[in-house]
Design a protein around this ligand. Sequence first.
Ligand code: PBG
Length: 326
Amino acid sequence: MFPRHRPRRLRRTESIRRLVRETVLTVDDLVFPMFVVPGTGVRREISSMPGNYHLSVDELLREVERVAELSIPGILLFGIPEHKDECGSEAWSETAPVQCAVRAAKQAFPELCVMTDVCLCEYTSHGHCGVVEDGRVLNDPTLELLAKTARSHAEAGADIVAPSDMMDGRVLAIRGALDEAGFSEVAILSYAAKYASAFYGPFREAAGSAPQFGDRRGYQMDPPNVREAVREVAADIEECADIVMVKPALPYLDVLAKLASTCSTPIAAYHVSGEFAMLKAAARNGWLDERRAALEALTSIKRAGADFILTYYAPDAAGWLRETAC
Ligand code: PBG
């Protein structure tokens, strides 16, 4: 009881605070999402995501070199195709930007963990994540296309494929296709609890993947639900997901904490484009100390239970953490 009991004693100096700190964010917790486009010599900043670029493969390699120098363990690649069509056929093309980028990145940096986002929305003319018929997004016919896409990423050398489409049964379909093609060592990171969120806004501009009609609420999760996330994650683990993901991160820390306390596979969290853009915008207006706010946000995601975090802040955070360590 106060006055004998005084929690402030352990907050008095930085060395004491370091000793009793419960969560420590390190560079090992970070994965950097990147956008690959066709062509060469392309390096275009994405206006709503300052410091992030549309990169052709050659420019991407330079950026990956920086990532590797910072000791960031992994990247997640998104591709912007040359042409979009009804069924998103460039998604599984051997010569599309993502497949070329995976080959180049693995060749230049074999130790780096290269992940690929498996989805059709960047590749379809209607911007939905699956096959569309009469204005509906069909589940089962989409599975085969996702499986083909994942297999083509594995053939290019991806270490981990990450389906983000939210079709039912996609993890099982992808596992089957990978195993059949001899890629039993390629892991699946499932966007298991992916919510129909407004925070993907800047990404959709970056990827040109906004749905041309309707929205994604018929396949992505309803934001108010948490027990449903437990069910989604259980189903994906049953289908052999190696890692499950919660997305977005900050508005869903309760979901993350709940899953972390019940599920035995590693859990990732995606600090998405809108979460990044909010911090950037406030920092640019001089309203926030960017470094402190970003590291606090990332640390809170780890504290809630994430084993690693996909974040557009990865290079900045890695640099800041390195400075602090010196
Ligand atoms: C593709 C996909 C999206 C994101 C990752 N993969 C967009 C969406 O579902 O509309 C969002 C990433 C971000 O906002 O940073 N399905």
